[in-house]
Design a protein. Sequence first.
Length: 181
Amino acid sequence: MTTPDPDPRPVASKRNATAARAGDTAAARLKERIYATITLVAVVVTLAEAEATDHAEAALTVASTALGVWLATLVADEQAHRAMSGRGASRAEIRTAMYVSSPLLLSAAGPLVLIGMSAMGVMVLVTALLISAVVEVASLFLLGWQTGLRMGNGPLSAVVSGLLDTAIGAFVVAVKLLAGH
């Protein structure tokens, strides 16, 4: 006895799902992490360039940026869901959207830890912010490298993928420094 071919049409929930709810959750979370990392690189470079001296203000700026982008993502996801499905999201769909977008919040952890270390006198704030930018750009390399490995094209492909992501981060830093704000 043979099993029938699966229906090639997507199930109703996926047919009407928005990007954060459809497809591969890991890929969607990776997308959010890369987006958040690039955003926070721009924020910490801007703070460093302004030679911020107030630790609380720097921490609040980083945290509110991450929170604001996360909330904006949830609102945009819900609006897109309503437009595509004609209904509001269920609790399960909201939980999925929150899970998928949570890397937007997690990306603020490194800069906040370094700002906290600076507040304890381990280093000056500008140094903490610049180290944060370097760490965030390095994390872009690691994310790209992991992606390259998962593609299965070997270690050289992984390094190239990592370097491309690093170049994007470095470009953001260069633009912020050249723009002067």
